[in-house]
Design a protein around this ligand. Structure first.
Ligand SMILES: C[S@@+](CC[C@H](N)C(=O)[O-])C[C@H]1O[C@@H](n2cnc3c(N)ncnc32)[C@H](O)[C@@H]1O
Length: 306
């Protein structure tokens, strides 16, 4: 459910900071984030799709907006698709988690806590400005895209993946509802424990703020209209993930009702593998044939004129 239309930009930013700070510790487990071969393959495939089917080559100076725990940029860095990485986020908690992972992966980087609409960087300092699952949280997108344009070098690119489509958002409500309904049976079958009051309290901030952090769900035309406003060219919008997302939301809705440590590892393994299998079905069967608006995630790329 998106934030109330009367919420001010300051309120939305504040809620996003608090929500993501509270979520940082369990974020990678909740979303099945991988920093190995699987994660690398996923993000490379997204970038390729965002640019219409071809990897654009290596970007030397890369700026990521809303980096979170580093899923997108760290997986691009470890396979050499970006050079110097500056990872930014409005949430200090998310960046602290990203720094730990970057250290364990041996990825050198700079982290900066900042909001997308006011970037503390010189004009023309980056070859790419990128992000994953972040645009839908940003209250003033025109301001943010003007900033992306300003900090990009001529000929540089923007690439944003994992943005919820309007149709996908509505579709996700179905598996969420079914997942919650069958959760008691699922816990019984697996011997998983229901979240106790104490554990719920630990996540209280996260649960309470969840309905307020998402500000937009996009139609492809909405995304296409954003970059030209700031002077970009070669704008492309593509879609990905349909059955994988229906499946993934069902799994996550059930899992969110259980104490995380009581969910057997073999279930987590099954949930992850089945999600990857459905992603492959989407890529091979659905994505080449269906229009972008039918998919759960939208991907955007554009270039600043050289
Ligand atoms: C859904 S998470 C995605 C994180 C990461 N990119 C990923 O794909 O795993 C959205 C991230 O955007 C950040 N964020 C939300 N609003 C923001 C804003 N206005 N400016 C910059 N970052 C923001 C959040 O703190 C959070 O880390």
């Amino acid at each position: 459910m998106p934030a109330s239309p009367t919420a001010t930009p300051e309120h939305i930013k504040d809620v996003n900071t608090r929500y993501h700070d509270a979520a940082a510790g369990s974020y990678d487990a909740k979303w099945g984030i991988d920093f190995g071969a699987v994660g690398q393959e996923q993000v490379a495939a997204k970038v390729k799709k965002a640019f219409g089917g071809e990897l654009p080559g290596r970007f030397e100076d890369a700026l990521e907006i809303g980096s979170g725990t580093g899923y997108f940029s760290l997986n691009l860095a470890t396979q050499g698709l970006i050079g110097n990485l500056t990872a930014t986020d409005i949430s200090p908690g998310m960046l602290a988690s990203l720094e730990k992972t970057a250290e364990s992966l041996g990825v050198p980087l700079t982290t900066v806590v900042t909001e997308a609409g006011s970037l503390p960087f010189e004009d023309e300092s980056f070859d790419v400005v990128m992000g994953h699952a972040v645009l839908h949280h940003i209250p003033d997108l025109d301001k943010a895209f003007s900033e992306f344009f300003r900090v990009l070098r001529p000929g540089g690119a923007i690439v944003f993946c994992g943005e919820p489509s309007r149709y996908g958002d509505r579709l996700a409500a179905v598996p969420k509802r079914v997942g919650s309904l069958v959760a008691p049976l699922w816990r019984l079958a697996l011997g998983a424990d229901r979240l106790t009051h104490t554990v719920e309290q630990l996540h209280e901030d996260e649960h309470c703020l969840e309905p307020e952090v998402d500000v937009h769900a996009f139609a492809p035309a909405d995304l296409r209209a954003l970059p030209p406003h700031s002077g970009f060219e070669d704008t492309a919008v593509n879609g990905e993930e349909l059955v994988a997302n229906v499946w993934g939301w069902g799994m996550r809705s059930m899992e969110s009702t259980a104490v995380p440590d009581s969910v057997p590892a073999r279930w987590r393994d099954f949930a992850f593998r089945s999600y990857i299998a459905f992603q492959k079905v989407d890529v091979a069967v659905l994505e080449p044939h269906l229009p972008a608006e039918l998919f759960y995630n939208l991907l955007l790329s554009a270039r600043k004129p050289a």
